[in-house]
Design a binder for this molecule. Structure first.
Ligand SMILES: *[C@@H]1O[C@H](CO)[C@@H](O)[C@H](O)[C@H]1NC(C)=O
Ligand SMILES: *[C@@H]1O[C@H](CO)[C@@H](O)[C@H](O)[C@H]1NC(C)=O
Ligand SMILES: *[C@@H]1O[C@H](CO)[C@@H](O)[C@H](O)[C@H]1NC(C)=O
Ligand SMILES: *[C@@H]1O[C@H](CO)[C@@H](O)[C@H](O)[C@H]1NC(C)=O
Ligand SMILES: *[C@@H]1O[C@H](CO)[C@@H](O)[C@H](O)[C@H]1NC(C)=O
Ligand SMILES: *[C@@H]1O[C@H](CO)[C@@H](O)[C@H](O)[C@H]1NC(C)=O
Ligand SMILES: *[C@@H]1O[C@H](CO)[C@@H](O)[C@H](O)[C@H]1NC(C)=O
Length: 472
């Protein structure tokens, strides 16, 4: 019995996929800002709505049409929106919306046509909508309308022109029809809008090619998690080599981004995500280089040839005098990062294969060295840029195999350390300049801070939505 339960649990955990490598958390502050921007956007577009004609019959025989309806004034109170745990989504309510409309009326009774203009005021519109979040089979976010309630408090109508005076007594009757007509249209319109958002979500990619070597996959790993104070999206966040789509020999670990209600957004980036990028680039063959005499800067007054190796490998110039050399430098495995509170560590296991180039261009293998080093550094955000610094803690060179007999590696290690110091200074110059924080077309991060934790980096940020004016 017990083993079968274990087997079942294992199956379930495999079927449910892996822990997220990336987490994106929207706080209430972010939700309120998003709502504010959204309300402004709606307000701007309300004046531009084209209404469908309304037609029907009154008193059984008089056919009427209201046409060319436009908004003349709109009092759009800012809606309220909150996280809604019960539906794993949001609840939006708006109360007290008032709209003034104007248009043209036409009636037809038998062969009698009449027409004129009208004003229509709609008062105290209340709308409450609950939108639920989900995840489709491909890991895209999905939205659905869970419930919608709309109530129109009152309408007031005035008719002008034609035989409008005759309508006066019937306005009361009309009002009820119009009020009902508007009320029944609000929720279906809202649901249509939600369907349109859903269609846009369905068109989104859950992966993108970072460059010609690696791709980043970021489908949801699980349903969104919503509680009263935040919404948490767990994303796969895994890089793959495009040529060799292969799982790395390590798995993401669960991590919890600390809640920071003072910022609109929190992003948790796990060391798994960074290491999967490292593994992807490793499979793509990026961590290997060929060093020959022509790549050594002339300013060093050094040549990569066997005659110059005497101080390091005394027997080499005697066995192979005056031959140019090639060095194949490569990572023995993918360099792995580990995130710790306040620090980032990197282990690098490299190797060097040395060859002598014979006059007939044959490459004669000479020796293999292992080069192991570890680095530690920091990542931070300053001036809106992501910056870092790295320092080398240790570098050891050991002889892995030799075709020219044994030799001591101390002297080579010293030179390698010296070379690394120069190299790290260059790297730090680049890292210090920093890289722009990722941004979307119209959303820029502001007030961004970064915190290094065990196994992940947490980035807390506010966002600013640029209006069309800011973009010009
Ligand atoms: C109003 O709608 C028209 C036609 O749909 C469009 O060309 C115009 O850009 C809109 N104006 C605004 C302010 O959205
Ligand atoms: C999705 O990816 C495809 C292929 O990479 C690309 O052509 C398309 O433009 C992408 N769609 C979006 C919305 O980014
Ligand atoms: C909501 O969930 C987050 C973790 O995602 C937790 O830190 C927070 O305390 C929760 N808030 C409430 C009100 O339960
Ligand atoms: C030296 O290496 C560079 C780049 O790795 C390569 O382009 C060049 O052909 C090599 N030169 C010789 C002589 O092998
Ligand atoms: C090797 O280096 C020595 C000393 O720098 C130089 O005299 C010699 O010409 C070099 N040999 C080749 C093949 O480049
Ligand atoms: C090239 O020269 C080396 C050393 O003289 C020799 O051992 C090797 O057999 C030669 N290779 C070819 C293909 O001629
Ligand atoms: C450097 O690495 C070697 C071998 O891994 C180790 O024996 C030595 O203690 C390390 N030195 C420092 C300063 O970490």
């Amino acid at each position: 019995m017990f083993p079968s339960i274990i087997a079942l649990l294992t199956l379930i955990s495999v079927a449910c996929g892996q822990s997220p490598g990336l987490q994106v958390i929207l706080t209430n502050k972010g939700l309120q800002y998003g709502k504010h921007v959204g309300a402004g956007w709606i307000q701007d577009r309300l004046n531009n709505i084209t209404f469908p004609d309304i037609s029907g019959k009154v008193l059984g025989a008089i056919h009427f049409t209201l046409t060319g309806i436009t908004i003349t004034k709109c009092d759009f109170p800012e809606p309220s929106v909150e996280f809604y745990q019960d539906a794993t989504g949001f609840k939006t309510s708006m109360s007290g919306l008032s709209v003034a409309l104007a248009g043209w009326w036409k009636t037809q009774f038998g062969i009698i046509h009449d027409g004129g203009s009208f004003n229509l005021a709609i008062f105290s519109v209340d709308v409450t909508s609950v939108v639920g979040l989900g995840k489709d089979a491909d890991g895209r976010l999905s939205v659905t309308s869970v419930s919608c309630d709309a109530n129109v408090g009152d309408v007031d109508m005035q008719f002008y022109g034609g035989a409008s005076a005759i309508f006066k007594p019937f306005v009361k009757y009309f009002k009820g029809r119009i009020r009902g007509e508007i009320q029944t249209h609000i929720c279906p319109k809202l649901e249509e809008a939600i369907v349109m958002i859903e269609e846009q979500l369905q068109a989104m990619n859950v992966s993108f090619d970072v460059d010609q070597d690696v791709t980043l996959e970021f489908p949801l790993t699980d349903l969104p998690v919503v509680n009263a104070s935040s919404m948490n999206l767990g994303l796969k966040g895994e890089f793959y080599s495009i040529k060799h789509h292969e799982e790395p020999p390590f798995k993401p670990q669960l991590f919890a981004v600390p809640e920071q209600q003072g910022y609109m957004l929190s992003v948790g980036l796990s060391e798994f995500t960074l290491n999967s990028a490292s593994y992807g680039y490793y499979l793509a063959g990026l961590f290997q280089a060929l060093i020959n005499d022509s790549v050594i800067p002339p300013s060093l007054h050094m040549h990569l040839n066997t005659s110059e190796m005497g101080p390091f490998i005394p027997q080499l110039p005697k066995m192979f005098p005056d031959l140019l050399m090639n060095l194949q430098v490569y990572a023995r495995d993918a360099p792995l990062f580990s995130f710790q509170p306040g620090a980032i560590k990197l282990d690098f296991h490299g190797a060097v294969k040395a060859f002598a180039i014979q006059p007939n261009h044959t490459q004669t293998p000479l020796f293999n060295l292992n080069v192991d080093s570890d680095f530690s550094g920091k990542v931070w955000v300053a001036d809106g840029k992501l910056k870092a610094s790295m320092g080398m803690n240790n570098l050891t060179v050991t002889l892995a195999s030799s075709e020219v007999g044994p030799f001591k590696t101390d002297a080579i290690e010293k030179v390698a350390k010296l070379g690394s110091t120069v190299f790290m200074a260059k790297v730090n110059e680049i890292l210090g300049k920093g890289a722009d924080l990722p941004r979307m077309k119209q959303v820029v991060p502001v007030n961004t801070v970064l915190q290094m934790d065990m196994g992940f980096i947490a980035i807390f940020s506010d966002a600013q939505v640029l209006t069309d004016g800011d973009l010009d």
